[in-house]
Design a binder for this molecule. Structure first.
Ligand SMILES: [Zn+2]
Length: 616
């Protein structure tokens, strides 16, 4: 297809579909429907697919006369309604994808401020007065010579500018399998696309349509033959966080029905993923329900934070890592490893633009999902105190080095922490070593943000130790074994139908499943937004009033609940309802959530009302 023909076809297309809209059109951006173009002339879209660099220029030449009639300039053209098959996973971008119209999706990892970029310079020759225009790209260029023979020292008459913005996006975690690490790519936005730059906050989920081009890599100020991929954006769409499409097999559908219908779905799932770990069944269930949490709800957070606190050598880390595998949006780090970017964000010099950019830390990078922080007390103090706002509000504003950025971090946290010193601070009663929260090395305002704190004590228990030893032996001798150690909540018949095979697979009613099957289920559940029934609202307020009354008795002063406890319980109840894909939180889910908290008031050794004690 010749360029001249393309332009004349575009003119005809515009005349047919868009001309009548011009008189009332006053926007800076005009959306053109790709599907309409392809219906009009499929050869035209074929041409655009293979020549995306020319899109702005072609449309602006073709549409110029139409807009001129109304004394208007051609707006910036955004293509919308593109076919799904142009979608590319960032990790799989190869040289064949360059300079073709494609779309990519990801989470914004870093962003610059909006800058001016020189696109062209008009030079005047001081010898003969000739005017020479030079298009600018990458590095500043002067004319090499004038027609009169003069070389160099030309006078600059005028510079042309455009707005430019640099972003970097990272692949959506749910589109990767758990062992893949997320690829990232720099994005360049130009002209009118920079205008609504408040849309580009760190942690934002976004789709870009455009093309991949290359930037030559420099080494010691010299050009090398190695190129980095860069994405030139034509248009973008802000994504909802549950738009991941997935196929479900018949076997998976049956499994999902069983989970949904189960009285306590977390108990069932816990057999799929935790059967190698003895005991701590409440912590296991709470961790599973945490994965079913939402984001923000009516301006309040709808995701919960769990702290696993106790002696080294207890199963804390193992529990946290295992549960992370079933969350479709998840990142794992450990306190000592947390980089200088930290949990929220920091300013960094960008390789591509040489400008300072705001770079996202752990929480925004898994917004809508889970961040696991192992040995949290070993993270730098500054990083920990930075958690205060995002843990409660889900977003924060940051201003550093002249860049201000909104950061979204609607992220559940599962953290583990060890006591300051086991020997000195734990209270020893015979062989029993008990940990107290007072010996936790985390600041109080952060401890306060955790909805549930499970403490892990280490004490010899013949029956339990025997089970642990047996499990380890079984684990090393067979590929599979039946989970018959879960305690009295399990019946033998259930166990024969369901158990964990290896670390990442499990067996249920004759079928073997990979753990990623559960990620899919959780993703589906996250689309449900359960509401409270009137009866539930009444029950929770009665429960709270009664508990406040009870706490006035002497000896219970430190256990007095705050309204925060009510919020935590409702979050948990909503998560339980979501795990059954229920639209309404019923009495049953509320009672289950309350049971975690009632447990506290039956134990003597915990002072904080938000703490659930596990006597394992
Ligand atoms: Zn000249």
């Amino acid at each position: 297809m010749e360029v001249g023909y393309v332009i004349s076809q575009l003119k005809e297309f515009f005349d047919l579909y868009y001309k009548q809209k011009i008189s009332s059109f006053n926007d800076e951006i005009l959306n053109i429907d790709y599907k309409e173009i392809s219906e009009f002339d499929i050869e035209l879209t074929n041409y655009l697919d293979n020549n995306p660099i020319e899109i702005q220029k072609l449309f602006s030449i073709a549409f110029e006369d139409f807009f001129k009639d109304f004394d208007k300039q051609v707006p910036y053209i955004c293509l919308i309604n593109l076919p799904k098959d142009i979608d590319k996973v960032i990790n799989k971008i190869r040289k064949e994808d360059m300079n073709k119209l494609i779309s990519i999706r990801g989470i914004i990892q870093s962003r610059s401020s909006v800058n001016a970029n020189i696109t062209g310079i008009k030079f005047e020759c001081p010898s003969c007065g000739n005017i020479i225009c030079v298009t600018q790209e990458d590095e500043l260029k002067e004319p090499s010579r004038c027609v009169c023979g003069r070389k160099g020292k030309f006078r600059i008459l005028k510079k042309e500018f455009e707005d430019i913005l640099f972003l970097k996006i990272e692949e959506l975690p749910e589109r990767l399998n758990p062992v893949e690490s997320a690829g990232s790519i720099p994005i360049i936005l130009r002209k009118k696309l920079c205008n609504k730059d408040y849309n580009f906050y760190l942690g934002c989920r976004i789709e870009f349509i455009g093309y991949i081009t290359e930037r030559i890599r420099y080494q010691r100020n010299k050009k090398t033959t190695i190129c980095d991929y860069v994405f030139e954006a034509n248009s973008y769409n802000i994504l909802d966080y549950v738009d991941f499409e997935t196929e479900i097999t018949k076997e998976e559908q049956e499994l999902y029905e069983d989970i949904k219908q189960h009285n306590n779905p977390a108990l069932l799932i816990s057999r799929f993923i935790f059967s190698g770990i003895v005991g701590c069944s409440r912590a296991k269930q709470a961790l599973i329900y945490q994965q079913f949490c939402g984001k923000m709800f009516n301006g309040y957070r709808d995701y919960i934070h769990i702290l696993l606190y106790g002696m080294p050598g207890t199963a804390k880390t193992d529990l946290a890592i295992r549960v992370s595998k079933i969350n479709p949006i998840c990142k794992v780090t450990s306190g000592p490893d947390i980089s200088k970017v930290g949990f929220t964000a920091m300013v960094e010099k960008d390789e591509l633009s040489g400008k300072f950019v705001m770079k996202a830390g752990l929480l925004p990078r898994c917004s809508g999902g889970l961040a696991v922080i192992d040995e949290m007390e070993k993270a730098p103090e500054q990083s920990i105190s930075g958690l205060h706002t995002p843990m409660e509000q889900g977003f924060l504003g940051m201003e550093k080095a002249g860049i201000s950025a909104k950061i979204v971090a609607e992220t559940s946290i599962t953290a583990t922490a060890n006591p300051k010193s086991v020997e000195k601070t734990s209270e020893s009663v015979g062989n029993f070593k008990k940990v107290s929260l007072e010996n936790c090395n985390l600041p109080l305002p952060i401890l306060d943000r955790f909805d549930l704190i499970f403490t892990f004590n280490d004490h010899p228990d013949t029956k339990k130790d025997e089970m642990i030893a047996k499990k380890i032996i079984y684990r090393n001798s067979f590929d599979s074994f039946e989970d018959t150690f879960e305690g009295n909540e399990n019946t033998l018949s259930q166990n024969q139908n369901t158990f964990q095979l290896k670390e990442d697979t499990f067996w249920h009613k004759g079928n073997t499943f990979h753990i990623s099957t559960l990620r899919k289920y959780i993703y589906l559940c996250k689309k449900v937004n359960p509401k409270l029934s009137i009866r539930v609202e009444k029950t929770i307020s009665t429960w709270y009033v009664n508990l406040r009354q009870a706490s006035t008795f002497i000896g219970y002063e430190n256990k007095r609940p705050t309204p925060r406890v009510v919020e935590s319980i409702l979050r948990l109840a909503r998560a339980i309802a979501r795990s059954k894909q229920k639209d309404i939180v019923s009495q049953k889910e509320l009672e289950m959530a309350i049971s975690y908290y009632d447990f506290i008031y039956d134990t003597d050794n915990i002072k904080n009302p938000q703490v659930v004690n596990v006597e394992d």
